[in-house]
Design a protein around this ligand. Structure first.
Ligand SMILES: Cc1cc2nc3c(=O)[nH]c(=O)nc-3n(C[C@H](O)[C@H](O)[C@H](O)COP(=O)(O)OP(=O)(O)OC[C@H]3O[C@@H](n4cnc5c(N)ncnc54)[C@H](O)[C@@H]3O)c2cc1C
Length: 460
C-alpha cells in the first residue's frame, strides 16, 4: 500500500470490485482494501479436498450480461449462460420452468388456470415499476389485487425471491416487482467456470488497470476533517485519500467506520428505522469423483410447508431448501458434481450457541439435508465424500456484515446509502441495500453508479 491514493475502496464484494475497476479506468489511483484473505465478499467460493464450492452463484438476471460486457469486458459476458431447468416441489404444486415471462405465463394459464388478461396485466405492472414510484403498496396487496385468494400463485411468484433474500409479503411491492421483473425478462443465468474463475479474472483486470488490491487489509476507520474525507486507517496505517467508497455494511460504515459525529441528527434518527436483511444457512455436498447424478434440475426449490410462509422459510426448524446442482459443465476441466443446499437463517438462532451446540446444530443441519435430498437423489449418502455447513455466523465472520446479513439492509437503507456523501463529502457507499441494489446484478450496477458519483466529486 502506498501512503496516498485518490480513492480507497473498502471491501471487495461485487460492488466494491466494480467501483474500483471503474474508478481506475477513469484514471484515479485506487486502493482496494479487503479484510478477508480472498476477494469477492459474499460472491465467494472455497476449496475442500478436490471440490470447489460456490457460495452465492445460484442465478442472476440476464441484465448481468450487459453489465459485465460494459464494465468488465466481453470475456466476462461471454461466460454467462442460462440456467435451463428450475423446479419447484411443495405440497401445493410441482413445476418445472425456465423462469421467464413466457414460461410463467404458460404455467399460470395452463396449470394454475389464471385468466390470460390477468397474467398479462400483472406482468405489465411489475415490468413498469421503478424506484421513483409510489412505495406505499405492499407485495401482499399487489398479489391480492391480481390473484385474490390464490395462495398457490402467491407461492410460485414469491417463494424464489424470499428464498434469496428473506423478503416478506409486507415489504414494498416495488422491491419485489423490480427484482421479479428483472428475472422475468429472460430467465435465470449463471457464470460458467464458477466464482473462482470469475474472481481470478476480476483480480487480473483490476491489476492491469492499476488498482492496488490488498487482501487481509481491514479498514478500521474512515478519517474525516470537517465532515470531509481525508483518508482511512488500514491495518493500523493512515492512508490519505480524497474519497472513500465503502462496500461494507451500510450501518457499519456509518456507525463504526466514519462515526456518528460525522452525521446530522436527522440522518441518524432516520437510520434507526433501517433494518438489516436476514441471513442464510448452507450445506455443501461434494460428490465423489467418478460418481454421477441424474439431471434433477439446476435449481430446485423444495418445501414441505403447507403454504408460503416467510417466517417458516427463515425458521431454524427447516422445512424449505433450495438445491443448486453444479454439473460437470460448470467446470468442465474438473468434471465433478457439487450440490449446495441454501436456506434462510436468522443470526439469533445461531449467534449465542455454545461451541458444542453450534457444532451439533451444524451436524444436524447436514444430516437433515442429506435425508431430504435423498428424495431427489436416491442414495445420496453413498455418493458424497465431503460435507460442510455455513450459518449466519459464518457469513458474519467472513464479510463483517452484522448478523451475517446476506443482503445488507432492507430496502429502507437505500436512501441513506445514496445520501452518504451529502453528510460527509467524499464518502460513498456501494453495497447491499435492499434487494434492488444487491444480488449480483444490483451490486455490480450499484458499484458503477457509486463510482460515477465519486468521479464527479473527485473531478470537481
Ligand atoms: C448464501 C447466499 C446466496 C446468494 N445467492 C445469490 C444468487 O444466487 N444470486 C444473486 O444475485 N445474489 C445472491 N446472493 C447475494 C449476493 O451474493 C450479494 O448481494 C452480493 O454479492 C453482495 O455484494 P456487495 O457488493 O454488496 O458486497 P458484499 O458481498 O457484502 O461484500 C462486502 C465486502 O466488504 C468487506 N469488508 C467489510 N468491512 C470491511 C472493512 N472494514 N475493511 C475491509 N473490508 C471490509 C467484506 O469482507 C466483504 O468482502 C447470495 C448471498 C448469499 C449469502
Amino acid at each position: 500500500m502506498k501512503d496516498i491514493y485518490d480513492v480507497i475502496v473498502i471491501g471487495s464484494g461485487l460492488g466494491g470490485l466494480t467501483a474500483a475497476n471503474r474508478l481506475a479506468r477513469c484514471g484515479y489511483s485506487v486502493l482496494l482494501a479487503e479484510q478477508h484473505s480472498q476477494l469477492g465478499g459474499l460472491a465467494t467460493y472455497f476449496r475442500r479436498k478436490h471440490h470447489v464450492f460456490d457460495v452465492a452463484l445460484h442465478g442472476f438476471p440476464i441484465g448481468m450480461k450487459k453489465s459485465f460486457r460494459k464494465y468488465w469486458g466481453t470475456e466476462f459476458s461471454d461466460r454467462i449462460v442460462q440456467v435451463q431447468k428450475i423446479r419447484f416441489d411443495n405440497p401445493q404444486f410441482q413445476v418445472e420452468t425456465t423462469f421467464d415471462a413466457d414460461d410463467f405465463t404458460r404455467l399460470l394459464e395452463e396449470q394454475f388456470e389464471v385468466p390470460r388478461e390477468r397474467i398479462d396485466a400483472f406482468f405489465h405492472t411489475v415490468r413498469t415499476m421503478n424506484y421513483y414510484d409510489d412505495q406505499s403498496e405492499r407485495t401482499r396487496a399487489l398479489f391480492e389485487r391480481f390473484f385474490p385468494g390464490r395462495l398457490d400463485v402467491w407461492r410460485l411468484l414469491m417463494e424464489p425471491i424470499t428464498y434469496a433474500n428473506g423478503s416478506t409479503l409486507d415489504e414494498p411491492a416495488i422491491s419485489y416487482g423490480i427484482v421479479f421483473g428483472n428475472f422475468m425478462s429472460k430467465g435465470v443465468y449463471t457464470f460458467q467456470g464458477g466464482t473462482d474463475l470469475l474472481l481470478d479474472m476480476m483480480a487480473n483486470t483490476l491489476r492491469s488497470n492499476g488498482v492496488d488490491c490488498e487482501t487481509s487489509a481491514r479498514v478500521e476507520k474512515v478519517m474525516t476533517q470537517d465532515r470531509k474525507v481525508v483518508g482511512a486507517v488500514v491495518n493500523g496505517k493512515e492512508i490519505a485519500a480524497r474519497a472513500v467508497v465503502s462496500n461494507g455494511n451500510l450501518l457499519g460504515t456509518i456507525h463504526e467506520l466514519a462515526g456518528d459525529d460525522c452525521f446530522g441528527e436527522e440522518f441518524l434518527k432516520g437510520l434507526q428505522d433501517v433494518r438489516l436483511s436476514n441471513s442464510s444457512c448452507q450445506v455443501y455436498l461434494g460428490i465423489k469423483p467418478g460418481e454421477t447424478i441424474d439431471d434433477i434440475g439446476d435449481l430446485l426449490f423444495t418445501s414441505t410447508h403447507p403454504v408460503f410462509d416467510s417466517s417458516a422459510i427463515c425458521s431454524r426448524n427447516i422445512s424449505s431448501r433450495t438445491y443448486s446442482v453444479y454439473y460437470p459443465w460448470m467446470r468442465p476441466e474438473q468434471g465433478q458434481y457439487t450440490i449446495v443446499a441454501s436456506m434462510n437463517g436468522c443470526y439469533e438462532d445461531w449467534g449465542d450457541l455454545s461451541r458444542e451446540d453450534y457444532r451439533a446444530g451444524k451436524k444436524q443441519m447436514i444430516e437433515e439435508t442429506l435425508d431430504a435430498l435423498d428424495r431427489y437423489v436416491p442414495g445420496i449418502r453413498g455418493k458424497v465424500d465431503y460435507t460442510e455447513a455455513a450459518t449466519p455466523k459464518t457469513f458474519a465472520r467472513y464479510t463483517l456484515h452484522d448478523n451475517g446479513a446476506s443482503f445488507g439492509t432492507k430496502f429502507d437503507g437505500l436512501r441513506y446509502s445514496m445520501e452518504l456523501s451529502e453528510q460527509v463529502a467524499g464518502l460513498y457507499h456501494t453495497g447491499s441495500v435492499g434487494i434492488i441494489m444487491s444480488g449480483w446484478l444490483g451490486s455490480v450496477n450499484y458499484g458503477v453508479m457509486t463510482a460515477n458519483e465519486a468521479d464527479k466529486y473527485l473531478n470537481a
